[in-house]
Ligand binder design. Structure first.
Ligand code: SAH
Length: 400
């Protein structure tokens, strides 16, 4: 923390005069310690230059950090000793801390990570025969109030920083025993944990860049999926920024029902949302948008509703992923029967829309979709930033 002018006057301290280091000469404020975790390559290069070093050091740093899983400057043996000393002084590689871990009988693992002393968020690793998927969070809590989601019941506390988002993949790699040069353990990353990623646009986009960067986690753009409840204007912005797979929480075929289930629909109704989706696919030369559809017994699972979904999407680059509802304490909803889900899928297929049913994983540790709650303790504390942000998100669906 830097000391304000008032502090030094009050205490009467005489600040010792030192020759400026190269970092100071380059304009980096004294006493600041920059967290390099999550800095996109161009910014890391600029930081190295500001420290008086060469921009290509950024490549070496990224290689150590992401490819080799090393987070201690002193261990980065091909960096000059003086540069390492300068880094130790002016930079840090700060990760979220793991508070606890749970393992499900199907191999799914869930970690609780601390955001600060009071707040925590969750990430989940789901192993399958042909892939390993890490489901990460983008916010502590969520402001969007979807009726069937456990995270929504927690309220909203704050956005995660880019370092906290990137740090999830870094930590999971370590916990899963990833070895430098060895096979990937995490092949897919999905932003489907706690939070609405497009409501934290500013921090999520740089994290996506690190996921895709070949000096970062080097994931294929088809294997990084951002799931949104439908912030249509932010989908247009995303199309300008980066190319990742897009998943959209549809959950109902008409505005009346969708506005009840996913309240952001009142601001950005289905027609507007779909326009944004098709624009995204055109702009990014993408294959298709995945539309998530939670199966709620007697609410959105009738044959007529299946046909209506098919009419909305047929002929467009779309596929539907049906998610059996995952219950949590206090919910009024029930999961649709297997028969209803199968029938719904068949009607979509018959209506010309590709459809699959998501297999529920990690249920015995509450790690399935919509069950992540973390620890969102001070959502009621007056913190102007989060209050304003939550209100703005609710009112305008915009926050950047
Ligand atoms: N905020 C993002 C990510 C949410 S989690 C979004 O809204 O898309 C990923 C998916 O799980 C979303 O489609 C979400 O609507 C769905 N989901 C939420 N709660 C659920 C629950 N209890 N059971 C099944 N799916 C749920």
């Amino acid at each position: 923390m830097s000391m304000g002018a008032g502090d030094s006057i009050a205490s009467g301290d005489a600040t010792p005069v030192q020759a400026p280091s190269s970092a100071e000469a380059a304009g980096l404020p004294t006493g600041t310690c920059v967290n390099l975790l999550g800095l996109p390559r161009a910014e890391l290069a600029a930081f190295c230059t500001a420290l008086g070093s060469k921009p290509f050091r950024a490549r070496q740093l990224m290689n150590w950090l992401y490819k080799r899983g090393c987070n201690r400057f002193e261990d980065m043996s091909d960096l000059a000793r003086e540069f390492r000393a300068l880094l130790t002084e002016r930079a840090e590689l700060r990760l979220p801390e793991i508070v606890s871990e749970q393992r499900a009988s199907d191999g799914t693992r869930k970690w609780l990570l601390s955001a600060d002393q009071a707040q925590a968020f969750e990430m989940v690793y789901i192993p399958e025969s042909d892939r390993g998927t890490l489901c990460i969070s983008s916010q502590v809590g969520c402001a969007l109030d979807c009726a069937f989601c456990a995270t929504a019941q927690q309220g909203f506390n704050r956005n995660l920083s880019t370092a906290e988002i990137v740090g999830q993949v870094w930590l999971a790699n370590r916990e899963l025993g990833f070895q430098p040069g060895g096979d990937r353990i995490i092949t897919n990353v999905v932003l489907m944990g706690m939070g609405e990623p497009l409501a934290n646009f500013r921090n999520v986009v740089p994290a996506l860049r690190i996921f895709l960067d070949d000096l970062g986690f080097d994931l294929s753009r088809r294997r990084v999926t951002l799931s949104t409840s439908g912030l249509a204007p932010q989908i247009y912005r995303l199309a300008q920024e980066i190319n990742v797979a897009l998943a959209v929480s549809l959950h109902a075929p008409d505005d009346e029902l969708r506005s009840q289930l996913v309240p952001i629909n009142r601001l950005h109704p289905i027609a507007e949302l779909l326009q944004a989706c098709w624009h995204y696919i055109d702009e990014q030369n993408g294959r298709s948008v995945t539309f998530e559809y939670v199966m709620l017994d007697g609410v959105n699972d009738s044959p007529a509703q299946a046909r209506a979904v098919a009419r909305l999407l047929a002929g467009h680059p779309a596929k539907v992923n049906l998610i059996p509802f995952n219950p949590y304490p206090g919910t009024q909803f029930r999961r649709s029967s297997e028969t209803a889900i199968g029938h719904f899928r068949d009607l979509l297929l018959r209506g010309g829309v590709m459809a699959t049913v998501r297999r529920t994983r990690g249920e015995d540790i509450d790690a399935a979709c919509g069950q992540l709650v973390g620890r969102v303790t001070d959502r009621t504390v007056v913190r102007l930033g989060s209050r304003v942000e939550a209100a703005r998100t609710r009112a305008a669906g915009v926050n950047a």
